[in-house]
Design a protein around this ligand. Sequence first.
Ligand code: SAM
Length: 237
Amino acid sequence: MDIHFETIGIIRSCFKEKFGIPRQAGLVPAATATLELLPPYNQAEAFTGLEGFSHLWLLFLFHGNDRQSWKATVRPPRLGGNTRLGVFATRSPFRPNPIGLSAVELERIEQQSGKIILHLKGVDLLDGTPIIDIKPYLPYADAIATAKGGFAAEAPKGHLTVNFLPEPEQTCLTLEQGDYPDLRQLIVETLRNDPRPAYYQQRPQKNSFGMKLFDFDLRWEQDGDSITVTELHRSDR
Ligand code: SAM
């Protein structure tokens, strides 16, 4: 069967590259995005009633995958990247149909001059992600109190401590007074979940990493469970 889906909207997210994006929605509540609906889906009546829901399911395409192929087994970072599990037992982006599913917070719906923009929080989505459907999150049906979580029964601990050197701390404070009021919280929530590839979990030595957040280059050093933010400056890319 030849199946065809339309992109109904595009995500504009704080995450400009894949490295550093949380591994699941809701892990970084301060991670914001907007979803601008494309014509002909930007009709106000198509969203009537949605404002009553605090959370949404987004169905999307993993458009940033660097390969189209999939394998029957994958190595979840959650298990240290060494154990293979069936692709359908995981939320890996590399699946036969590269469709993602995220439950995100709906902060507000903006309607202005023919545009419909959903303001979202707690996203795990790359900037530019194409959305193929939106559904309201139904607590009575979707939050199953007795559900078993397999190898991912608990939320990741988010146990790393995050400190800033004085210069990035000052930059962050200045940016928070402008257009980025929750920037420090976003950085701390993102880094404390240990964005490093799984194989680093076995490497005790100190390492330096970087990611792009909004328009900024963020760099940090990690030594065991301790992270120090060393640089935060506007990106020239
Ligand atoms: N919540 C979704 C799900 O369960 O289908 C996504 C889970 S997946 C494990 C999350 C990872 O997908 C992120 O850490 C990021 O690296 C990657 N990702 C997010 N948006 C993407 C996109 N548009 N294209 C490719 N990879 C993406």
